[in-house]
Design a protein around this ligand. Structure first.
Ligand code: ADP
Length: 317
């Protein structure tokens, strides 16, 4: 677990982070989001002691990071940044081996690990190992950045806008493949972004900051349905309700047939991932108030009131 306890950091008496407290449970993916300059990077860097708070403390599994020797601390933490920070004169293999070498792993173990990491990030080891990082595309270089951060199998990953410089199509591919990796590895992750769609897609928990302060700390669904204030509402945009519906699975909301429902309701076969937003589109498309939905395992009815209820308390504004 990573715990921020009343963390404050000032530069020339101007607060960059002001009295922030929250905890990230082990194996969870926490996205830190907010407008540029709100203190996200400062906060993230307090974890690996690139920034020392003026007040407060950061604890990892109940130990204050200030009490852990910095080299020992950083061996536990993978760090991925937007500008990647790969060594351009080194091959891909050498870049991925940096931390395992520092940890004095055996040569064979390192070589095996490099292959595993390249496989993990979807790059063919034989083809990529000997390439110089200057020969890589932006998306490939980001994958190597992730592979390098994961190479020594650290329990914690800090990621600072890791996909920010990649074009939208490659960003989507990187996000999907990184989520797949996380489902397997279950690291404790703190991930900084200013992209709300990225936050909603990736996070187990979202921490929203503004002007150095923590505004809300909740699951994506909770934030979409119960935004703390106008700032959060506006940050998540006017299609917040549709976003929430797109995150809810239709199969989880199937009901008994409503009383007095018309006899000839449409019957729609859906997959298990069909969302309430998809269901709403179907009701609009068929111009009906309810329909029967059939998945491989279950069957039931969805109606406008059920979808409205599920959309959260923001619906009636
Ligand atoms: P974000 O990551 O949300 O864009 P930062 O944490 O990078 O924000 O910065 C928060 C504030 O602290 C900004 O106003 C920034 O200018 C200031 N700041 C960050 N690092 C330094 C520094 N090393 N020296 C002076 N001011 C800094």
């Amino acid at each position: 677990m990573i715990e921020f306890k009343n963390v404050s950091k000032r530069y020339d008496n101007t607060p960059a982070v002001n009295d922030c407290s929250f905890s990230i449970p082990s194996h969870k993916f926490c996205v830190l989001i907010g407008p540029s300059g709100c203190g996200k990077t400062t906060m993230l860097r307090t974890v690996n002691r690139l920034v020392i708070p003026n007040e407060g403390a950061v604890l990892i599994d109940d130990t204050n990071v200030a009490d852990i020797p910095v080299t020992k601390l950083r061996k536990k933490i993978g760090y991925v940044i937007q500008t990647i920070g790969l060594f351009p004169h080194m091959t891909v293999e050498k870049n991925i081996s940096v931390v395992p070498k520092l940890l004095k792993w055996e040569k064979n173990r390192i070589s095996k690990r490099v292959d595993e990491m390249l496989d993990l990030v979807g790059l063919e080891p034989k083809q990529y190992k000997k390439k110089r990082t200057s020969e890589l595309s932006g998306g490939e270089a980001q994958r190597i950045g992730v592979a390098r951060a994961l190479a020594s199998d650290p329990p914690i990953l800090l990621m600072d806008e890791p996909f920010g410089a990649v074009d939208p199509i490659n960003r989507e591919i990187l996000q999907q493949s990184f989520l797949k990796i996380q489902r397997e590895l279950k690291k404790t992750i703190l991930f900084v972004t200013h992209d709300m769609d990225e936050a909603l897609k990736m996070a187990d928990i979202i921490a929203i900051m503004k002007n150095g302060e923590l505004i809300q700390f909740n699951s994506p669904l909770e934030i979409l349905s119960k935004p703390e204030n106008e700032f959060v509402k506006s940050f998540f945009g006017t299609d917040r309700i549709m976003k929430r519906l797109s995150m809810l699975k239709a199969k989880d909301y199937l009901q008994e047939e409503p009383e007095n429902s018309p006899k000839d309701q449409p019957k729609i076969t859906i997959t298990k991932d069909f969302s309430l937003k998809d269901a709403l589109s179907i009701l609009f498309e068929k111009n009906v108030d309810s329909a029967q939905f059939i998945t491989e395992k279950e069957t039931g009815f969805l109606s406008m009131p059920v979808i409205r209820e599920a959309s959260g308390d923001g619906y009636v504004e």
